[in-house]
Design a protein around this ligand. Sequence first.
Ligand SMILES: [Mg+2]
Length: 501
Amino acid sequence: MFDIVVPTIGRPSLRRLLNSIGRSSGPRPGRIFVVDDRRDRSAPLELGLDADLGQRVTVRAGRAAGPASARNIGWRCSGAVWIAFVDDDVLVGETWLDDLARDLRDLPGDVAASQGRVLVPLPAGRRPTDWERNVAGLATARWITADCAYRRSALLAAGGFDERFRRAYREDADLALRVVARGKRIVRGERRVTHPVGAADWTISVRLQAGNADDALMEALHGRAWRSRAGAPRGAYRQHVGAASAAGIALAACAARRPKVAAIAAAAWALQAVYFAWRRIAPGPRTRGEIAAMLASSVAIPFAAVYHRVRGASGRRGQLADRARAPKPLPRAVLFDRDGTLVVDLPFNRDPDRVEPMPGAASALAMLRAADVPIAVVSNQSGVALGRVTRGDVDALNARIEALLGPLGPVFVCTHGPDDRCRCRKPAPGLLEAAARRLGVRLRDCVVVGDIGADIEAAHAAGARAILVPTAVTRPEEIAAAPLVARDLEHAVRLLLGEEA
Ligand SMILES: [Mg+2]
């Protein structure tokens, strides 16, 4: 029922995690894919597995390109219905496998993921340090992949993790936002993992500011309101900008020999630094070491935060254009032309017995249904306006096509003639707009598949993508003008599903 995917950078905690999975009671996972994302893979990974678990574990080489890339490699190896992602720095409890199976059992089809609960053990008998409180934030964070099981179909539909996120930061919230945008839900399960607080020196809070670059990318991808939708707490970035600006003004005023301005700006900066440090010191253990670490890092953090945000914003254009690392989601719907695309084009045919599917039509539609991609048919039938066929003939033929090819989804027909100046006859976008409305999707998330230039032009007019599947009647200039050309319907669908480039 489920496979487990563990991306790892070779931390010793990997071995402890695998052992904890081995000790856990419950149904065994089908396979465990450990994706070795170390830069240097010359030494083998230390797994230390017992025989039972060992035969289920497969190690796959990562690209040392971060957890998003490593998790993509892992889940794409799996054929299971559910993929449980677990980070290599957590430990699962004694009943975790049982609890996971219970969490996933009988989930409704619109639930795409089940998130586990993360416990961060804090020291007894003293207050937690700033770093310990930071890690403890994981316990309340939403949509984190320290322990999160996704349906494989939802990963396929969303195109997996966005590999433009190179750090273990925001890549999980980004995926969740895209999955939820496709109308799916993410629920919280009852299983628990423990996330011990690792050792870290005082520079950790400064180094973590690199995440500001990912926030810049999140804002570009999901808009400014992404934090509220993802339930991510608003950071202290604005205060950091204030502190860094005050310091900058103080320095500039010094250089310009304006001592008063410099003194005021320096005082403003110092006040903010002390206030920021105090906010981090007050809830902590207030030992001499912690206070020194908080003072030093509180001075450095605003500059690091602003530096990384600016770096992220300036690299954003390149990142957004990086199609190789961007996820390739499935279309939200595929709109098919009828004659010459799904069935052989017999102009003004009224006889259901003469309907002949195009090669590969049945299997192409079956592939889309299996991938949960809705379909619709958009067809020009000017024969009705010309008096050559009746609307009843058209409907009878559509019924026959459905009997041969299976459910077609909603069928939209334009019965106007070429000179009627309607808004529905392709290359006008009207039929496509009606189909998208009925399916509840945006046209820019749809793909139109047709056999002539009018299909492609209608797609462009509507803002949809298009694939041309030429036949003998398709004109060479129409083929030359098409953005994407497939050999046949199966090839077109394989392109859509990302199974062929
Ligand atoms: Mg056609």
